[in-house]
Design a protein around this ligand. Structure first.
Ligand code: MF3
Ligand code: CO
Ligand code: CO
Length: 300
């Protein structure tokens, strides 16, 4: 098998300083180190580490996901229906030779999740008309050449009130702080700890029932990424891990209820809920978002 990680030529001197050619020294060791880690992570945690060609594939799906979300952002305004968003997402996805992962996933009937105001996630598009002042989460997951990328944002429709603005700001900052903990050597629990600490400091709450997840080869892979938890606990992050971070943050209490459609999760106390999600690759130096968008841009 070719060593796809090496940027150094096989006949170059080995960077370890042995004086041997790279091919006679660490070139093969490096392959087997990653292969060993890959086997170990699958054996111990059922985590499928991604190699370079997989990462390229997920990144392409990610580019389509972001392009889709950008087109949705231009359309979200008072008067459109959630079905209009579904149609748009479906069309863009198909046009690019991809498939929308939500469609028929465990019986989900549409191509995108659209969740408004007190809806936490998994809102099913339909005839509902988006109003001025609504907050609208749109969660897209295309499958392109067999690879999945999962991303969501919460948009304002028209002019948000102070509560709407606040929950969206806090949720976005939660994703940012969660991502800031991601690097080789940190643990899954560090992510949840950072998110929970910030959300609760702000007087908001973290939804427990839905978590981030490994992604890429499938919609939902190991590990689960809780948005609450303890520093230093959980699986050690290693390069090649790809997972989502997607905190759902409520302005009131954390408890939820599932509507009779068996999908839509809403806050029990009807308080507002917002969510931001990206698909993240753990790298040698930190992380790279495979569905990047700016988490610092001014909100409106
Ligand atoms: N995109 C959601 C997530 O972030 C999952 C939606 S499942 C569906 O994990 F069936 F509702 F689409
Ligand atoms: Co997800
Ligand atoms: Co998602």
């Amino acid at each position: 098998m070719k060593n796809r990680q090496a940027k150094i030529g096989r006949n170059d001197l080995c960077p370890c300083g042995s004086g041997l050619k790279y091919k006679k020294c660490c070139m093969n060791r490096k392959i087997s180190e990653f292969e060993q880690l890959k086997e170990k992570y699958f054996r111990d945690h059922k985590i499928r580490l991604k190699e370079k060609k997989n990462i390229e594939g997920i990144k392409e799906a990610g580019r389509l996901a972001i392009e889709t979300l950008n087109m949705v952002e231009e359309q979200v305004r008072p008067g459109i229906t959630t079905d209009d968003i579904n149609t748009l997402v479906h069309e863009i996805t198909i046009t690019h030779g991809a498939r929308p992962a939500p469609l028929n996933y465990r019986g989900f009937p549409k191509s995108v999740c659209v969740s408004i105001n007190d809806e936490i996630c998994h809102g099913i598009p339909g005839p509902r008309v988006i109003k001025d002042g609504d907050i609208v989460n749109v969660d897209v997951t295309p499958i392109l050449n067999g690879y999945y990328a999962d991303v969501s944002k919460t948009f304002f429709s028209g002019t948000p009130g102070p509560d709407e603005r606040r929950i969206v700001e806090v949720a976005r900052e939660c994703l940012k702080r969660g991502l800031d903990t991601v690097h080789r050597g940190s643990r899954v629990g560090d992510i949840g700890w950072a998110i929970q600490t910030y959300a609760e400091e702000q007087g908001c709450s973290v939804v427990r029932e839905f978590v981030g997840h490994g992604v890429g080869f499938d919609f939902h892979e190991s590990p689960q990424i809780a948005h609450f938890g303890q520093k230093g606990k959980g699986v050690l992050l290693v390069p090649g891990m790809v997972f989502t971070v997607e905190p759902m943050i409520n302005l009131g209490a954390k408890e939820l209820r599932i509507l009779d459609d068996n999908w839509t999760a809403v806050t029990r106390d009807h308080s507002l809920s917002a969510q931001f999600e990206q698909t993240i690759l753990v790298t040698a130096n930190g992380y790279e978002s495979l569905t990047p968008y700016d988490l610092n841009a001014p909100l409106l």
